[in-house]
Design a protein around this ligand. Structure first.
Ligand code: CUA
Length: 233
């Protein structure tokens, strides 16, 4: 449904999250249509007819109570199905932190009202001279595991990458770790998804998902250490 609405699925877990969305949508649609069908059937079937007095129904008979208890338990059963898949996907995305030898590290800093992205650079380590710092511009490589560390300089923000179906609150005083693996190249939106003051709506950024060659070229161009050593030679 999300892709049908035009939102590309560009991470390994995007389709799993979309599945839960669809499950909730179709279960809700099923109950809505069924309830409306029964509702209109009863309205028409038992409409006012000349000579037929209205019936007073107390709803105390077992045969009458069944109209409540059966749908009640059916709804609960469907809820358990939703819960099962929701917990499974939540665990995969939020509770689990995959590891890979060639994983990329990036620090994401929210502040009123911009995003700062500290890319680890060629050495793969943060807080080293080859880090690449960009404002409102995150560069990642397709098919590579990325570990991000979210930090805030001031208030609550929310790091949202719709094409990844990723959304995570950013909390001052905490470092929140998470992950994603992009599956499609291209340039997409990042948006703050937590009201963070007057400029909240003006806190968008871009994510650029590059092939390994493009990403290597971007890194070579932007790493100050690489540039400095090249000029020194
Ligand atoms: Cu930052 Cu809203």
């Amino acid at each position: 449904m999300m892709e049908w609405l035009g939102l590309v699925a560009a991470s390994t877990y995007a389709k799993d999250i979309d599945f839960v969305f669809d499950l909730i949508l179709w279960i809700t649609a099923f109950w809505f249509l069924l309830a409306e069908a029964v509702f209109f059937y009863l309205i028409l079937r038992f409409r006012k007819k000349p000579g037929v007095p209205g019936q007073y129904i107390t709803g105390e008979l077992a045969s009458e109570k069944r109209w409540i208890t059966v749908p009640h338990f059916a709804v609960l059963l469907f809820d358990v199905v939703i819960l099962f898949f929701a917990v499974k996907v939540w665990y995969e995305v939020k509770q689990n932190l995959p590891q890979a030898a060639d994983q990329q590290l990036v620090r994401v800093i929210g502040q009123q009202w911009a995003w700062t992205f500290v890319h680890a650079g060629p050495d793969g380590k943060l807080d080293t001279p080859d880090d690449i710092i960009k404002v409102n511009e995150l560069h990642v490589q397709v098919d590579k595991l990325h570990i991000f560390q979210l930090e805030s300089k001031d208030v609550l923000h929310d790091f949202s990458v719709p094409v990844f179906r990723l959304k995570q609150d950013v909390i001052p005083g905490r470092v929140i770790t998470g992950w994603f693996t992009p599956t499609k190249t291209g340039e997409y939106d990042i948006q703050c998804a937590e009201i963070c003051g007057i400029g909240h709506a003006l806190m968008p950024a871009r994510i650029v998902i590059e092939t390994s060659d493009q990403h290597a070229a971007w890194m070579a161009q932007n790493s100050t250490v690489a540039v400095a050593s090249a000029t020194a030679r």
